[in-house]
Design a protein around this ligand. Structure first.
Ligand SMILES: *Cc1c(COP(=O)(O)O)cnc(C)c1O
Length: 392
């Protein structure tokens, strides 16, 4: 298969200079072989669990003190979850459907962290009955809510941290601001709540390792306030955000680990340290395959329409993510606008993407490193089928 986007080729050369740690993506000849053998029905994600396994091992090797808890939302396919269970990875959830799925695969509830800062009463009740012990809070209201349902819950406080250099800044939606921390700690003491940890989230696809250092330094400040108030802090949760390679260069996990390992070095052994990688563990393991429904030239502008768009799983482009896009055509690159198959005006993926001029109806489109936040986001809006996950 030929790589045709010149921008992508240039970028790859740059990546090699920027980052000496190789990233391994799914072997595209496996994807081609599957298409040749079984034909094509509708869009699918082809996933190699060996890559998921290796990413889990690489994460642990880079940060021996940090236990990974996978963010199930990135790709909750049971075969991905099973692979991670085999690797001894724990989990982080946002809903009770995710809890049920993990428990049905044999994950003990104590290994599952409820990291969504806003939980309904019914969901907290359910998780508590199932044996979930750890719950995040980031407000006074959530603290009181959880304590009223499960007085012995182990709680960790999500603090606001800079999201500079993240492709998906989350700061603002969640996270206690430092000015409010003291009040929450005092309330926890008053309620006899076991406020026992600190977490933060640097934003998804974070390409600036310093954000973790800032988060860890803030956590240490909060630990000191907790101890002063008579609490017993014993969990540091470094959250998610570990980046993967798409088009832009990234710091390798080993580079981020240097920053993290140094920042956690002076934390006592009594502090359990975990992280919540989502994208990092699954993205490289899979290639998204879809097909050109048709092309059109309007007012001199080339459009191509794929059978998967914003609603079919390729939604992160709407927030600025740029994927590498491969085809089997060899024509010279020209600017294309690309849209999905639905009639909704938001279903436009990109403009001025340089792709071969001879792309035609029925051509296949291959998007490597698309294992995270694709199939888990897809809907069948307008009657188009959900993409399958095919495991090699
Ligand atoms: C989504 C999420 C993650 C995973 O984020 P990635 O950027 O995929 O690593 C981790 N923790 C929480 C609380 C999340 O909501």
């Amino acid at each position: 298969m030929k790589k045709l986007s010149t921008a992508a080729v240039q970028q790859q050369t740059e990546n090699i200079i920027f980052d000496t740690h190789p990233e391994v993506s799914i072997d595209l000849s496996l994807v081609k072989a599957k298409l040749a053998q079984e034909g094509y029905q509708h869009p699918f994600l082809m996933l190699d669990t060996a890559i998921v396994r290796n990413k889990a091992r690489r994460f642990k090797a880079a940060m021996p003190r940090v236990h990974p808890h996978y963010a199930a939302k990135a790709n909750p396919d049971p075969r991905v979850l099973k692979t991670l269970i085999e690797e001894g990875v724990g989990f982080e959830i946002a809903s009770i459907a995710e809890l049920d799925l993990l428990m049905s695969l044999g994950v003990p509830a104590v290994e599952i962290f409820y990291s969504n800062p806003m939980k309904s009463r019914a969901y907290i009740q359910y998780a508590a009955e199932k044996g979930v012990e750890w719950y995040v809070i980031d407000s006074m209201e959530e603290l009181r809510k959880i304590v009223s349902i499960k007085p012995d819950a182990k709680l960790y406080l999500r603090v606001d941290t800079p999201n500079i250099g993240s492709d998906w800044p989350l700061a603002g939606k969640f996270g206690t601001h430092l000015v409010d921390v003291r009040e929450i700690i005092d309330e926890a003491v008053k309620l006899h709540a076991d406020l026992a940890g600190v977490t933060f989230h640097v934003g998804s696809q974070c390409r600036n390792p310093q954000n973790w250092r800032v988060g860890i330094e803030r956590a240490k400040t909060v630990f000191a306030s907790m101890r002063e108030a008579g609490l017993n802090p014993r969990l540091l949760n470094l959250g998610g955000g570990y980046p993967v390679r798409y088009v832009k260069p990234i710091p390798a996990i080993e580079i981020i680990a240097e920053v993290i390992n140094e920042a956690i070095a002076d934390l006592p052994e009594t502090i359990r340290i975990m992280a919540e990688p989502g994208r990092y563990l699954v993205s490289d393991s899979a290639c998204f395959v879809c097909r050109v429904v048709g092309t059109a030239v309007r007012n001199g502008k080339r459009w191509m329409y794929w059978d998967a768009g914003i609603f079919g799983g390729i939604i992160e482009v709407s927030e600025g993510l740029r994927y590498e896009i491969l085809t089997q055509r060899t024509g010279s690159p020209v600017p294309w606008s690309i849209a999905g198959p639905t009639c909704d005006s938001v279903d436009v993926l990109m403009h001025d993407e340089m792709l071969p001029e001879d792309i035609q109806e029925d051509d296949f489109i291959f998007i490597p490193n698309a294992g995270a936040y694709t199939t888990s986001y897809a809907s069948n809006f307008n009657g188009f089928p959900l993409p399958d996950v095919v495991v090699v």
